[in-house]
Design a protein around this ligand. Sequence first.
Ligand SMILES: *[C@@H]1O[C@H](CO)[C@@H](O)[C@H](O)[C@H]1NC(C)=O
Ligand SMILES: *[C@@H]1O[C@H](CO)[C@@H](O)[C@H](O)[C@H]1NC(C)=O
Ligand SMILES: *[C@@H]1O[C@H](CO)[C@@H](O)[C@H](O)[C@H]1NC(C)=O
Ligand SMILES: *[C@@H]1O[C@H](CO)[C@@H](O)[C@H](O)[C@H]1NC(C)=O
Length: 829
Amino acid sequence: MEKKYTHVLFLLNMILLLSYSNCIAQDVVYANQEIKDGSFLVSKGGMFESGFFSPGKSKNRYLGIWYKKISNHTVVWVANKDTPITDGSGVLKLSRDGNLMILNGENYVVWSSNSTLSVGSTNMVVVMELLDNGNLVVWNKSESSTDRRLIWQSFDYPGDTLLPGMKFGRDLERGLHRMLTSWKSPDDPSTGEYNDRLDTNGYPQTLRWRGEVLLARLGPWNGLGFSGFPIEGANGIYSAGIVINDKEIYQLYESKRSVVQRIVLTWEGKTQFFVWIERIQDWIVYSNVPMDICDSFSLCGPYGICSINNHPPCTCMQGFEPKNQEEWDASDWVSGCIRIKPLNCESGNVIEDGFRKLKGVKVPDTRRAWHNVSMTLEECKTTCQSKCSCTAYASVDIRNGGSGCLLWFDELIDTREYDANQDIYIRTNAPELEGLPGSWFKFTKRKITIIVLVLTSSALTLAYATACVCRNIIKRRHMKRRGNRYMPDEQKTNLQMEVLGDLQCFSLFEVAKATCNFNTSNKIGEGGFGLVYKGVLENGREIAVKRLSETSQQGLDEFMNEVICIAKLQHRNLVKLIGYCIHKSELILIYEYLPNKSLDFYLFDGTTSVMLDWPQRFNIIHGMARGILYLHQDSRLQIIHRDLKASNILLDNDMNPKISDFGLARNFVGHDTTTKTKKVVGTYGYISPEYAVHGRFSIKSDVFSFGVLVLEIISGKRNREFVHGDQKDNLLGHAWRLYKEGRSIELVNGTLQASCVASEVLRSIHVALLCVQHHAEDRPTMLSVVLMLVSEGVLPQPKQPAFFTGETHSEVQSLSSINDYTITHMVAR
Ligand SMILES: *[C@@H]1O[C@H](CO)[C@@H](O)[C@H](O)[C@H]1NC(C)=O
Ligand SMILES: *[C@@H]1O[C@H](CO)[C@@H](O)[C@H](O)[C@H]1NC(C)=O
Ligand SMILES: *[C@@H]1O[C@H](CO)[C@@H](O)[C@H](O)[C@H]1NC(C)=O
Ligand SMILES: *[C@@H]1O[C@H](CO)[C@@H](O)[C@H](O)[C@H]1NC(C)=O
């Protein structure tokens, strides 16, 4: 029996070895077989491949796993990352007892999986297999049945990449700690500086480390997402969750649709979520952690709250004051805040302490928090009340009104304002304060303090900007003063310094010289905030100079805002900012020069419109979508453009679109947040109803403008000037009517008839109509727009567009009186 078996196995081995000598890739390797450098193991469905490779410019050979099906061979796992082989002599061997080994030319074991079965059972077959989810597994399969037992799997030892289906966290029984570790550089997969670990000390949360320095914290799981980090809702492309039991504590990440995706801790210390877009054959970054300055761990110290909307970002929780006012005023927030009055329970006061509700937060560090998932919020409060050391409580799971109990027993660190339904209740000495509005504006020391602080900070900003000549000196001194005391990574976290450091500061003399003293013959445009000139620098480089007109309403704050925003943004579909110039009342921005003018130059003119054929227009639609997506989701700051229009879409030499004019952009963080603003800034014809009428803007207002732009690109007609026969429809209404009647194709501009591809046109119109729907919540996100444009799937039915006028709509009326090119008016609240 045993003999016969060995015989069979031998034969099998022979066959496999033969196939190997022919370099035929396959998905299974049996014991005593090997994979030589140059041979590959391919998963059954062909999704992944494993073998030896050299990353980037490196000549070293590593055994890795990468995507095979999609053309870009992105590596997702590396075995011998710290022990490369220097030549092509490496082999991967599977031993009889289930151990995986990589040997070099001298037969020296450079890497071993250290996984062995207790030998003894001879009637088992050890098999290595690359699965279609990217997991390299070794198991013993029984001779007779389909039974198998896992011996080892690469999913238990992640590198820098988390793939759907992987567990992230601890296996207490097996002593595994699955974490992400960055590469050293794109060419060097060896253990880099950063790692993301699931910390299981209190209530589990993911922490980002650089060596021993804690850099950032991805909040704990709250039932819907990670506190402080949004995950898409029901129509999302992935789901996540946490599993806590006696044996395991881990986060689970699963793909929801068959979208190819991965999460990577990059060598620069960012966690990026990538989605593969088949059509463009490239990865797009769906989200990034850290997102902004408030993600720097404990920026505002104990009992401080970080808010990206505030300037400066740190404030004390209500009932607290800066521990060291002087440091605090100098933007050094590390020592945080202390209670103004001691707690009643501490001072022997018989009055019970109360709790103050803080709405919309990323909860503080939970490394020492206690939790119980079956308690109610009321029980939670009672428990916290009864212990004087308990500083705060919150729900564990925020779904369905909240359940479970999280208790904090020490200083509250790393809290941030965050637009989500997560609340926390902070212990205060006042009896009952629940339900009072958020804390940060009601700073006890009166509003004047805040105003002074704000003023100081603006003055500081101005000082940085004007003193750019001695920028480096300031920088050095500044860093010295702050030391390493409160920010582990000064340069990374100090947004302004970093940004201004990258930008070129021009003197007025240089700018005047480049533009022939702002000669009118150099004028190339007139935007909402001033004139734009073409210029040529000494070195011959062409530039576009945007000069803030003296009458412009844009203040210094907005100017610096624009400078900081744009400088952070690097994307092929965004105009690049090169530098700036401040001189007395002159505020000037210097951009790359784009020779091909803006989109409106081509769209609405009979003679020039022939210069843009359909493929080019389709490319422009895609480019705009990706540029806006980047603004909304890829960058560290979420940017809402607020004034997307044809004249703000510039074209480069190859007619690729580049979005310009972020003067109106205001950055803030949050997921699908809406912010109310008094000042409506936008352009008639492109602005969404909720923004025009109520001053409410969100990323969905940009989606609306994008939809209008797409319809203009297809029809060659301006939305705001659209006249069609005796119908009162605007362009949106017209497109909607045609769509309803199944005649969408008639929207296409005459000059496009020869070059247009009906399926692409119809899809674009359909997507555009989804974007211009009346209700913001019906409109897709830009990510969905990008996905819809590139995929072939079925699209949802659009609802009626905004400003659809069978009869005159009151909203439209209020707008049509304002016929300026750009409107800026106040909306009463
Ligand atoms: C296997 O064990 C050796 C010796 O203890 C160790 O150096 C090596 O890092 C281990 N390999 C893995 C993949 O853990
Ligand atoms: C795998 O190996 C173990 C240990 O030798 C043995 O107990 C088990 O039955 C094997 N499993 C299968 C499915 O053959
Ligand atoms: C492949 O991916 C790398 C990094 O992920 C990227 O730099 C490169 O541009 C991609 N190549 C193509 C052809 O998409
Ligand atoms: C959690 O709370 C429930 C309900 O109050 C209680 O029955 C249970 O004992 C608590 N568990 C722990 C570990 O405290």
